[in-house]
Design a protein around this ligand. Structure first.
Ligand code: ADP
Length: 266
């Protein structure tokens, strides 16, 4: 019997550090930790957590691919690959009918078009400012004394979305504070914020073309409020990953899947 190929994908993002371990392309372990000012140390830490969860040691792993903003700091990886390639690979592996990936992370949003083989056709990216990203939402939640999960709950309560005209975090925060002072109900403000993010992302998505099936990856994909707003604006339903797959892990899944291909080619 052929030996099981064990591979790891380590995605060191601007906000979160993610690890996925695959055995013959099946997930045996996953871990999400924060990103810190020391990505090199953090990558070792989260990798060790994922190894512990899988009950395996480092020497049992055949190949490691690092990805994400801090991929250069994963110095024990065999190779590092851009997160665009990894998101494309991960989405194609898990949902092969995917043609457009909207990756909403902590620091930027990317829209990636792929063909039926999972090859990248084109991509568009917004990384100029926090507008339209997870960080914008994290910042707004903190300003309102809320957690992201409260924002998601409030989104589905009664209320008309407030108009938030500024996308710059600093100005948007002043608008939000004014709305709170005017006693505008929180669900209205939260819906307004989600809508402003969705508007920003939808412009990018239209620019990159929006061929079906569309999937949403990255941590913000777990924010039902943002996804709901985006689906309403773009008039589509995103394809949903299997329940056991966290959309924040798609980059790490893709990295581990690429690592598997590298082993096969050796
Ligand atoms: P990066 O790769 O840039 O670190 P991620 O794809 O890991 O970014 O996404 C981080 C963002 O995901 C955070 O800014 C946060 O807003 C969002 N996020 C993380 N977990 C959740 C959750 N359970 N619900 C809603 N949003 C979430």
């Amino acid at each position: 019997m052929a030996k099981t190929i064990i591979t790891a994908g380590i995605d060191i993002g601007s906000t979160a550090s993610k690890v996925v371990i695959l055995a013959d392309q099946k997930m045996i372990s996953q871990y999400i930790g924060p990103s810190t000012v020391n990505p090199s140390k953090m990558s070792r830490l989260v990798y060790q957590e994922a190894l512990n969860a899988a009950g395996i040691s480092m020497d049992m792993v055949d190949y490691i691919v690092g990805t994400g903003y801090g991929r250069g700091k994963v110095d024990f990886a065999n190779e590092n690959v851009s997160e665009i390639s990894c998101h494309a690979k991960g989405a194609h592996l898990l949902l092969p009918t995917t043609r457009t990936i909207i990756d909403m992370g902590g620091q930027d949003t990317k829209v990636i078009s792929i063909d039926k083989h999972g090859l990248i056709i084109e991509f568009a990216m917004n990384d100029k400012c926090a507008a339209g990203t997870g960080r914008f939402l994290d910042f707004m939640a903190r300003s309102m004394g809320l957690e992201i999960k409260d924002m998601v709950r409030l989104h589905f309560e009664e209320g008309t979305p407030s108009v938030i005209s500024n996308m710059c975090s600093v100005f948007a925060e002043s608008e939000v504070i004014n709305l709170i002072n005017e006693e505008v109900p929180l669900p209205c403000i939260v819906k307004g914020l989600h809508l402003s993010i969705a508007n920003k992302v939808s412009t990018l998505a239209r620019r990159a073309g929006l061929t079906k099936d569309v999937v949403i990856t990255g941590g913000v994909a777990k924010n039902r409020g943002v996804v709901d707003s985006l689906e309403n604006i773009l008039k589509f339903k995103a394809l949903v990953f299997p329940e056991e797959i966290d959309p924040q892990l798609i980059g790490a899944v893709g990295a581990a899947a690429l690592a598997f291909e590298r082993v096969l080619k050796k």
